[in-house]
Design a protein around this ligand. Structure first.
Ligand code: DGL
Length: 274
């Protein structure tokens, strides 16, 4: 009897972010899907997205998606929370059937809604993500009884990027945000920013482990894995190859990759705006 071969798709997965913080998501995807080739794009020319208008972020996201589609990506992961909040629908419409498009918000919302005994959820992220109120809207659509408190924490991303975490300064800054009254009585905190997995342990210790802290990078990697599996689009590459692009190269960005990816990686410039 002839065996039916499972379908496979060895095209790369495209991942994009405003900069190099999205390497936390790329790293989680690499851990969950070691046979997949990755193409990462960090828009360092326009960093940070947290303060940009929705129109600018939609425009940047479409152009980056076009770049990744030209590289024949089978799936695009919007690793940036701000871009996920503001440009997901635009990117989905733009990409159409050419590739699967995943944002970092829906998988986290699904995880939160699957948890029992929750009452009060906290969300921290950039000004753009928090202003969009997207987590509260999506969570309340799924369960109107849940209470969601969101707080913009704009100092955290640059602080982490400069290597300030697990020290006195980061502890003071994190503490001053988390001690705001609106985040006092939460049962779960969503880390709605690419950079925050690096301060997850500090946050957990501030809450004495009494608050469930969600690391969206891992949640998104698992959601991507499940979707690719369901659609029979997993790769079986034995030696996957990865490419990491930025729109504006500096050696400082390249050095900082080690913080977010766990090891230093080589960045290539794809000057799509020059
Ligand atoms: N990548 C952004 C996010 O996750 C944080 C950095 C920025 O503001 O561009 O929202």
């Amino acid at each position: 009897m002839q065996r039916i071969q499972p379908m496979k798709d060895n095209r790369p997965i495209g991942i994009f972010d405003s900069g190099i913080g999205g390497l936390t998501v790329a790293h989680a995807i690499h851990q969950a899907l070691p046979n997949e080739s990755l193409i990462y794009f960090g828009d360092t020319a326009h960093l940070p997205y947290g303060d940009k208008s929705a129109d600018s972020i939609k425009y940047y996201s479409m152009r980056i998606s076009q770049f990744l589609l030209q590289k024949k990506c089978k799936a695009l992961v919007i690793a940036c929370n701000t871009a996920s909040a503001m440009a997901f629908e635009t990117v989905k419409d733009f990409v159409g059937k050419q590739a699967l498009v995943i944002n970092v918000i829906d998988p986290v919302v699904a995880e939160v809604l699957s948890k029992k005994k929750l009452e009060h959820i906290g969300v921290i992220g950039t000004k753009g993500t928090i202003k969009s109120d997207i987590y509260a809207k999506k969570i309340k659509q799924g369960n109107p009884a849940l209470h969601v408190s969101s707080l913009a924490t704009p100092l955290l991303a640059p602080m982490i990027e400069e290597g300030f975490f697990n020290n006195k300064i980061s502890r003071t800054v994190i503490d001053s945000y988390l001690s705001r009254p609106k985040l006092k009585k939460i049962d779960l905190l969503i880390l709605a920013c690419t950079h925050y997995p690096l301060i997850k342990k500090e946050i957990e210790s501030i809450y004495h482990k009494e608050v469930d802290v969600i690391n969206s990078a891992e949640t998104v990697a698992m959601a991507l894995k499940n979707q690719l599996k369901r659609k029979k689009m997993l790769a079986d590459t034995k030696k996957p190859s990865h490419q990491f692009y930025v729109s504006d190269f500096t050696t400082s960005f390249e050095k900082t990759t080690a913080l977010f990816f766990g090891s230093r990686i080589h960045l290539e410039e794809a000057a799509i705006w020059k």
